[in-house]
Design a protein around this ligand. Structure first.
Ligand SMILES: Cc1cc2nc3c(=O)[nH]c(=O)nc-3n(C[C@H](O)[C@H](O)[C@H](O)COP(=O)(O)OP(=O)(O)OC[C@H]3O[C@@H](n4cnc5c(N)ncnc54)[C@H](O)[C@@H]3O)c2cc1C
Length: 499
């Protein structure tokens, strides 16, 4: 737990004005903390909707139904404490989240894995997974090289990057000699959840994931999902909360430039307007941050601009949603991670958990199925990848071969950050060369064991805290899974062996 610096509960005197640029999780987390403490906040979001990579928008299907399309399935893991604290603003009981019973994985060769029965307490979580998983055979275990595997027993940030950031996830898994099936199934699915090819992803990010889900927490790999589309369940109520706290929320508002002023404040230029403010939070995706920084020379010093310019995005990915005219088998899980099925990385059946999809399915007798394909080679024939993903669905759930798609939506994007081998040292942090300019987002360096949505929420809170500290106001308490493995015996073994 990271308690913020002490201070007043709210700003006293004239409220400082803060521009939060970016209305994804990171921007909304920063905006909530600031507005609740009396800071005058304006959120600028380029898209018409809030939510960033979890945005959703209305669409009409060929059968006339009005539904919500979105950027696709997201797992809200139980150890996402800061994301949950953000959502707790709209409902402290988190009634908008619904648990899925399992995180099943399936390889085309027939291997299957599940985390449902794996114990949650470290080290039994990792040992239990190995014992219960059919991908870890005795002969495979005997061939493993335990020394590099010891890095996983005591993961701390930033030390894990010092040890492993120079190695790719693929090289690391090969060095450990994890049984081939386990490598492809469990770890392959993990590294692809960073949208990256394991040959390009830093092994430190993979080790961090292992820590967050296995040896560093007792929540395991179980997760929740919103019970209605993202706008209805999350962003509309959160926007209302922000407005009630006095924030102005501007959507369809792409910021062109941020110009520093001599008094330590900034001018935010957006669609012909120039708004003066005392502080700025840049909570952008990789391309958004890179291009805004390039259009705002002098915003930071030269090394800072160089670090931002060097940020890279992971390859393109596809989210296909199909409204099928008949149901999938009633035993199909709400979410299935797949490996060895061409470009297909996972399949979700939305009516298992999302109210809107369940209503459409029960009205029409159909199913709403979503397919994700990550790390698609840039320049691929997109229509061919969409067709291939659908053909793979037919292999995974053969009953869908007979189904006709009433309608389909295909979303292609490339806006997830890449965490390349050796990239950690130059990753920009929350603080910048200007005290009242801070960064937030899942691309931002933070020396805590968090990733993905939880990194976005955590850096959002910490960016707000960095500003509040300057105004003498206490910020938001931040919680994460502990640094270091939770088993003292494994920690000691790792330290002794890796000395
Ligand atoms: C298909 C998919 C599945 C995923 N699944 C999971 C999952 O299961 N679990 C998990 O933890 N994470 C998952 N993620 C990752 C997760 O979505 C991100 O980590 C998180 O949403 C990042 O939030 P953010 O606020 O940092 O960035 P973003 O959500 O990208 O927000 C940045 C915002 O800045 C805005 N912007 C950019 N430029 C400007 C500008 N000039 N002016 C104003 N606004 C601008 C953008 O429009 C965007 O809304 C998934 C991502 C995808 C794409």
């Amino acid at each position: 737990m990271l308690a913020p610096a002490g201070g007043a509960a709210r700003v006293t005197g004239p409220a400082p004005h803060t521009a939060v640029v970016g209305g994804g999780i990171a921007g909304l987390a920063a905006a909530a903390v600031l507005a609740e403490r009396g800071v005058r906040v304006t959120v600028y979001e380029r898209q018409e909707q809030l939510g960033g990579r979890l945005a959703g928008w209305p669409t009409r299907l060929a059968d006339g139904s009005r539904v919500t399309m979105s950027r696709g399935f997201h797992a809200f893991f139980r150890q996402y404490y800061n994301l949950r604290a953000l959502l707790g603003r709209i409902d402290p009981a988190l009634g908008m989240l619904k648990g899925l019973p399992d995180y099943p994985l399936r390889h085309s060769r027939g291997d299957r894995d599940s985390f449902e029965k794996v114990p949650r307490t470290p080290p039994w979580s990792a040992l239990g997974f190995v014992a219960l998983s059919p991908t870890f055979t005795w002969s495979g275990l005997a061939r493993m090289n335990p020394r590099p595997a010891l890095h996983l027993m005591d993961v701390r940030v930033p030390q894990v990057y010092e040890r492993l950031d120079g190695t790719s996830a693929e090289e690391y898994l090969a060095a450990v000699r994890f049984p081939e099936a386990a490598r492809h199934l469990a770890f392959g699915v993990f590294s692809r959840s960073f949208f990256a090819d394991p040959r390009e992803l830093s092994a430190a990010e993979l080790a961090l994931m292992f820590h967050i889900y296995f040896l560093g927490s007792s929540e395991g790999l179980l997760f929740d999902v919103p019970d209605e589309p993202f706008p209805a369940a999350l962003w509309d109520p959160l926007e209302l909360h922000l407005r009630k706290a006095g924030a102005e929320v501007r959507t369809g508002a792409a910021v062109d430039r941020v110009v520093p002023r001599g008094d330590g404040g900034f001018t935010v230029e957006c669609a012909g307007s120039a708004d003066a403010c005392d502080a700025v939070v840049l909570a952008l995706d990789t391309d958004g941050l890179r291009s805004l920084a390039a259009r705002s020379p002098g915003l930071g010093d030269e090394p800072w601009h160089e670090r931002i310019a060097a940020l890279r995005t992971a390859p393109p990915f596809l989210v296909s949603r199909l409204w099928l005219d008949r149901p999938v088998d009633r035993h199909r899980a709400g979410f299935l991670g797949t490996s060895g099925y061409g470009p297909l990385d996972n399949v979700s059946v939305l009516e298992r958990w999302e109210g809107e999809a369940a209503r459409w399915a029960s009205r029409t007798g159909g199913s709403v199925v979503e397919l994700h394909a990550y790390a698609v080679a840039p320049g691929s024939d997109r229509a061919a990848v969409q067709r291939e993903a659908l053909e793979q669905l037919h292999r995974v759930y053969p009953e869908t071969r007979q189904a006709r798609a009433v309608d389909a939506r295909h979303e292609w994007r490339a806006d997830c950050p890449l965490f390349p081998v050796g990239g950690f040292a130059s990753r920009p942090g929350i603080r910048t060369p200007r005290p009242r300019l801070v960064l937030a987002g899942d691309l931002v360096r933070v020396d805590l064991p968090v990733a993905l949505m939880e990194r976005a929420a955590t850096t959002g809170f910490l960016a707000a805290n960095a500003l509040l500290e300057q105004w003498g106001v206490a910020g938001q308490t931040v919680r994460t899974v502990p640094q270091g493995g939770r088993s003292a015996a494994l920690r000691t073994a790792a330290r002794l062996a890796l000395r």
